[in-house]
Design a protein around this ligand. Structure first.
Ligand code: ATP
Length: 568
């Protein structure tokens, strides 16, 4: 396919010269328009939009076009031929002559003048904005004829001087077109490399941009967003604020009630630094990870802590939150470690996100994605069973999280500190969550809390519990800890229709519980429903009375499970 070239001629008489060249061109689709300086820049911008591949223009106009376009812009620099032509022509005139040119031409022009022994002086200017004052000065110096480019000759005419424009000749036009072809091939080759790279990054991120240290975009790809979701000045701010490190940084912005997370990675190429900014809508990334759950804590978690053992835990939590970012909650499943983690978050990280992570299902290569700036607490579950290599990855992640001021709470069944290196374990605070048997004084409070909860949420009748019920409950060992107690209360209040729960009622259920525990196999007696409820109960027990997990294992949803339990 032909390369589409737009030639923007700064003056009218250049057009026929360019058109004359057109017939000799192979592989180039050339069109010409006239436009000097700002006018030329406008034409350039429009030409890019119209799909031109390369633009050719001259001197200052080419420079202005380059500023407003992203395609290659070739400058038809004045050649020796052009100078030779204009100097030969003006040698026929007797006026006091001066050639005004830019530094790149000064030496060549002087050489031609000397060789041909011409009566022309040379005056060098650095910038187009010096033209006016230079022409005034030259006039004062007695020059009558000025040779120069469009700007200089126009100024000369304005100040009543004779002028000759250095015209661009055919050979110069041909050279420029040839250069345009070469440059375009090179540009296209680079472009295809960039497209390939974009494709690779695109596989990882849907929406991203690569910007330089000034915040200017080199590549941008928008898939889920229609364009860059944050303003240009915010991108510039990111490049100013974010240090050049190999650490991942995060920023988040709220735009039209929607949160946009920006993951910032730094890249280095040829001694230059760049930023790879990837954009995620509404915590998109986190919601895509099945092992991460964003828990919304609507109200302050109500932790019952009447017993001395739980009181001690609360004291450690309160003082530890001020000094530490890494906590190990050591205790049996169901003792309330998750609840305590939420309580800690609510106390110290209000307004931020609480993430619950299942380390058993975690994709470790994505762990760093959790370090988003809006994340306040990461609660890691199932850390006890991890393999050695996983511990190393986890340690690195924990260090990063601590540095990012994110609180990490890890629930474990026994102390794990010895498995981390001493530097990290020094930063951690271990909190031992007592088993329910050491929290007898809490039973009354827990009972009241659960009864109220089920009354409010499931519409159960019981609203009051006789004082001796707690004593009866204390006689049982609750291997599934508080979670098992909660589940037991749920079963009881769903079944009992009176307002007051009495000790003898509770004892009846406790007796059944003891009996069912001693059974090793299901009783294949009674109806299908009876057998079903036995299966449900043992799965519930095995899952530490976690209804969601039990429902998942049984392949039913939670409300079906709840209905079946209610019927039992
Ligand atoms: N001190 C407490 N006050 C009020 N509720 C409690 C308390 N301790 C535990 N609970 C309740 O007991 C249930 C089990 O607690 P939680 O899920 O936090 O246990 P866990 O130790 O995190 O167990 P797992 O790791 O198996 O999920 C929850 O419903 C929780 O609200």
């Amino acid at each position: 396919m032909d390369i589409k070239v737009k030639f923007i001629a700064p003056y009218e008489s250049m057009v026929p010269v360019i058109e004359e060249c057109r017939d000799e061109l192979i592989g180039v689709d050339l069109s010409v328009e006239v436009g000097n300086m700002e006018e030329g820049a406008k034409v350039g911008k429009r030409s890019e939009e119209e799909g031109y591949d390369v633009i050719i223009s001259r001197a200052a106009t080419a420079h202005l076009i380059r500023e407003v376009t992203n395609i290659p812009v070739i400058d038809v620099s004045m050649s020796g031929y052009d100078l030779l032509r204009v100097l030969t022509m003006t040698s026929n005139f007797d006026q006091k002559k001066v050639l005004v040119c830019y530094p790149t031409m000064t030496l060549g022009a002087q050489a031609i003048i000397d060789i041909l022994d011409l009566n022309v002086d040379v005056f060098t200017i650095e910038h187009a904005d010096e033209i006016k004052s230079t022409v005034i000065e030259l006039k004062e110096m007695g020059y009558q004829l000025i040779i120069g480019d469009v700007g200089t000759t126009e100024a000369a005419i304005n100040y009543g001087l004779e002028s000759f424009l250095i015209q661009t000749g055919r050979e110069t036009v041909m050279d420029a077109i040839d250069l345009a072809k070469k440059q375009y091939e090179f540009y296209e080759w680079n472009l295809s490399k960039i497209e390939l790279l974009s494709e690779v990054i695109h596989k990882k991120y849907d929406d991203f941009m690569i910007v330089n240290e000034k915040g200017e975009a080199l590549i941008d790809v928008w898939d889920t967003f229609s364009n860059c979701p944050i303003e240009e000045d915010k991108v510039v701010n990111i490049t100013k604020e974010v240090p050049i490190t190999n650490k991942i940084n995060w920023r988040y912005y709220v735009k039209e009630n929607e949160q946009v997370d920006i993951k910032i990675e730094t890249l280095e190429n040829n001694g230059e630094n760049y930023f790879l900014l990837s954009f995620f809508r509404n915590n998109d990334l986190l919601s895509q990870l099945p092992w991460v759950q964003k828990v919304e804590i609507k109200q302050k978690p109500n932790v019952i802590a009447e017993s001395e053992a739980m009181n001690a835990v609360m004291r450690v939590i309160h003082s530890g939150l001020e000094t530490h970012n890494l906590f190990f909650l050591v205790g049996d499943p169901g003792t309330g470690r998750g609840l305590l983690a939420q309580y800690m978050h609510d106390l110290s990280q209000t307004g931020k996100t609480f993430l619950e992570v299942d380390l058993n299902r975690c994709q470790y290569e994505y762990l760093d994605e959790l370090l988003a700036s809006h994340v306040g607490t990461i609660y890691l579950r199932h850390a006890s069973q991890l393999a050695k290599e996983r511990f190393d990855i986890l340690s690195r992640f924990l260090n990063k999280a601590i540095e990012a001021n994110i609180k990490v709470v890890i629930s474990v069944t026994e102390s794990l500190l010895h498995r981390f290196d001493s530097k990290l374990s020094y930063k951690a605070l271990e909190i031992f969550v007592p088993s329910i048997n050491e929290r007898e004084e809490d039973l009354k409070g827990l009972l009241a809390l659960f009864v109220a909860h089920f009354h409010q949420n499931l519409g159960t009748s019981v609203i009051k519990v006789q004082s001796d019920v707690a004593l009866e409950l204390a006689k049982y060992d609750w291997p599934g800890q508080v979670r098992e107690l909660r589940s037991f209360i749920q079963t009881v209040v769903l079944a009992e229709k009176g307002y007051v729960l009495k000790a003898d009622q509770v004892n009846r259920y406790l007796k059944e519980k003891r009996e069912s525990r001693s059974k090793s196999i299901y009783q294949l007696e009674g109806t299908l429903e009876d057998i079903e409820i036995q299966v449900i109960e043992s799965v519930l027990e095995e899952e530490n009375y976690n209804q969601s997990k039990a429902a998942k294992r049984l392949g039913i949803n939670r409300s079906t499970l709840w209905r079946k339990l209610k019927k039992a």
